[in-house]
Write a protein that binds this ligand. Structure first.
Ligand code: Q9C
Ligand code: ZN
Length: 341
């Protein structure tokens, strides 16, 4: 199938993050995309550089002021005489909440971020925008008649909400792709999120919408990031009531329990009668992932791909997480190999 990519991903390189009491290199590093590209080239997928798209496509699922913040954040930081990685140091949690964007960059950063593990550097906006372009180009490939297309998105997107960033994500590539399919005439779109972490951003964006079903299989937020969303009683509201399905699973989940959840997810997508599917394809469910705790071997990814492909829907696969860098390409190629195109 076609692989939509951009060399601009490398402009986002966050540096270090705090992990289990130590500053370590960011798990979400440029090498991830390079390893995926190498593995996909080796098995003969067709590489296409993502096309430029207008920023109005981003504002279909994100708040305009939030997009402006991302676009200008690092320049504002430099105007204050700083450089390097931007990380927030205060958040409007509970007693501090007034839903007011502070004028200064430090406060604005805390307002829009929901964790302190998602650095913004000088190239972050360029890379995040190019990542969204990969998703848009893949969606347009499917609108043009391809049965499946893959967006080699980096940075990832599924944690990014309408007006919040975090979890290594800035713009919600999967939501942008789903909206592009809707705008291209697909009346009902399903998003299946198989990343290890709950797709809180995608859930947020489509929470009150009946035209996009969101389904996420993930490590339980009782112990796993993002901790505050992803429980099974979150089912949507208003027109979106019943349009969100969370399937949290415990640490240590093996293939038997995983496939049961996957079949539940696929059954919900079949019932919804979607005209197209977006897959938030995280491969951090792999047993060797350094920040996750499911027990899926590399041999399971072709089986996951085969089950998803059996839905028979036009499918846009969007790269999300996966931090076992040496194996990430093999695992992504395993899923993609199950699709005929
Ligand atoms: N120091 C995605 O997979 N940090 N995001 C966990 C590690 C956040 C994962 C703690 C993990 C976010 C797209
Ligand atoms: Zn993840």
């Amino acid at each position: 199938m076609r692989v939509f990519h951009s060399p601009l991903h490398a402009r986002h390189d966050g540096g270090v993050e705090l992990h289990r009491g130590q500053l370590v290199p960011c798990f979400e590093m440029p090498a991830r995309a390079d390893y995926i590209a190498r593995a996909l080239r080796d098995v003969g997928h067709a590489f296409v550089e993502a096309a430029e798209h207008d920023d109005s496509r981003l504002a279909r699922v994100h708040d305009a002021a939030f997009v402006d913040f991302l676009r200008t954040a690092h320049a504002r930081w430099r105007e204050e005489g700083r450089d390097g990685s931007m990380l927030p140091s205060g958040f409007p949690a509970r007693s501090l909440r007034r839903d007011r964007v502070p004028a200064g960059i430090n406060g604005a950063m805390g307002y829009y971020a929901f964790d302190a593990g998602t650095p913004i550097v000088g190239g972050t906006w360029t890379a995040a925008r190019a990542s969204a372009h990969c998703a848009l180009s893949a969606a347009e490939d499917v609108l043009s008649g391809s049965t499946a297309a893959y967006a080699l998105c980096r940075p990832p997107g599924h944690h990014a909400a309408r007006s919040a960033y975090g979890g290594y994500c800035f713009l919600n590539n999967a939501a942008i792709a789903a909206q592009r399919l809707r705008d291209g005439g697909v009346e009902r779109v399903a998003v299946l999120d198989v990343d290890y972490h709950h797709g809180n951003g995608t859930q947020d964006i489509f929470w009150t919408r009946g035209d996009v079903l969101t389904v996420s299989i993930h490590g339980t937020p009782e112990t796993e990031y993002p901790w505050f969303l992803g429980f099974d009683d979150e089912t949507g509201e208003g027109d979106g009531a019943g349009g969100n399905l969370n399937l949290p699973l415990p640490r240590g989940t093996d293939w038997t329990a995983y496939t049961a959840a996957l079949e539940t997810a696929l059954a919900a997508i079949r019932r919804f009668q979607a005209g197209a599917l977006v897959v938030s394809l995280g491969v951090d469910t792999f047993e060797g992932d350094p920040i996750s705790a499911f027990r899926l071997g590399a041999d399971r990814f072709p089986q996951i791909g085969a089950r998803i492909a059996a839905l028979g829907l036009p499918t846009v696969l969007v790269q999300e997480g996966g931090y076992a860098v040496a194996e990430i390409g093999l695992n992504v190629a395993g899923v993609l190999g199950a699709f005929t195109e």
